[in-house]
Ligand binder design. Sequence first.
Ligand SMILES: N[C@@H](CCC(=O)N[C@@H](CS)C(=O)NCC(=O)O)C(=O)O
Length: 214
Amino acid sequence: MMKPEIIGSMRSTYTRVVCMVCEEKSIEYVLTERPLNAPEILKIHPLGKMPVLRHGDFVLFESKAIATYLDRSFAGPQLIPSDPRLAGLTEQWVSFVNTTVDRTLIRTYLFAYIKAMMSGEPPDRVAIDAALPDMCQQISILDNAVAGAGYLVDDQFTLADLNLLPILDRVILAPEGAEALAATAHLSRYFKKHATRPSFQRTLPSASPPERAT
Ligand SMILES: N[C@@H](CCC(=O)N[C@@H](CS)C(=O)NCC(=O)O)C(=O)O
């Protein structure tokens, strides 16, 4: 089958998720590194967000849609279970992480540090402190969720886990994020364990500091 092309940046957590899907399923893919609003991205995503997918003459935007398409189109371990309850739980955690956790941990908290780094100004303490209660609450929810078998869904590695790992990997770049994760009883162990997966290791963003693409 033709190789899917993912257009985006490995520094983008959402791009990394779809690359991890390919790695987990041993799909041969091409990552075309492009910045936000690159013409190739704007041609596919009406708002210029990443990632986007090109597969032959088929194009797609939205990481969850891309992940589902790849999971259904290619052989390899099923990342969205076919059992309706397990599929529902997978959707639940992907949705919670994308609509709530990403907004707090990345767009609000981490971006306060990234903005400071890019402008050379000190970090906005008010914005950071304001994000901390939500960040701690959401980390605690995730900590409880993985307390049983060490996965978000049942006892299997699914898209729900894969979708969370790049966010955890980014939030620990800032001090309160690192402390919050280290203080958890289960989530820190979960992160350490799954961070050894080849799909995680093979998609590590370059060692350069996070930029706007996160
Ligand atoms: N819901 C979208 C979110 C994509 C998204 O926000 N990507 C970030 C990079 S991680 C981006 O393009 N940000 C630029 C912007 O929001 O303008 C998805 O799941 O693909």
